[in-house]
Design a protein around this ligand. Sequence first.
Ligand SMILES: [Zn+2]
Length: 242
Amino acid sequence: MSRQISSLLAIAVVCVTLAPTPALAQAPKKEVDCTQVKCVALTFDDGPSKYAGQLLDTLKKYDAKATFFLEGQYVKSRPSYVKRMVAEGHELGNHSYTHPDFRKVEKWDVRAEIKKTQEAVKKAAGVEPKLLRPPYGMVDLTVSDVAVEFGMPIILWTGGNEDWSSKNATAIKKKSMEVAKPGSIVLMHDWVKQTVDSMPAIVKSLQKKGYHLVTVSEVLKAQDVKLEPGDVFPVPAGWENK
Ligand SMILES: [Zn+2]
């Protein structure tokens, strides 16, 4: 390399290094009005998984919000992700401590599972989840009674991307796009690596279609859904909220 070229390169390097970073104009936080624009609530169950950091990076990059239905045992082992979820504006829900089918365990056990998770989240992030999603979405009157004790409505989903079953990125993306409709609550899992890997593409496609990615509570608010503790949403066939 000639001396001249190398010194030019040296100058270029210095220029790049010294070039001031463009001031990132901190736009005032604008509220998304889901009565005016299309919104969808992506929900991630069973975490925080070991991929939660990667998922949070994607959500942050695209200014997307999500709702995490957390499993207490992983809240305990990965508290920093939970803290980050709260700091970055995501919503948290309780998804039990060890993921039993609530219909097959005693009432005191349902209560203990929920309580331990509330405490773990509080310890990790200083807040307590206000929503409950029972494992497998399995709910009965006992579960509803216990949810009342904790002051929590029960949130199921309007559609899922079936990631746990396919574990296939193409299928996951296709199904995610299929079930995302205005006001949808979409079930996904952050322990499925293919879901987390596909999230940049899924979020970009949704945003391109005009969707805003918001929390469950924002979707409910826009639909004027007011849930009492113990109520179930969406209401499953044969279930009547009082
Ligand atoms: Zn689950």
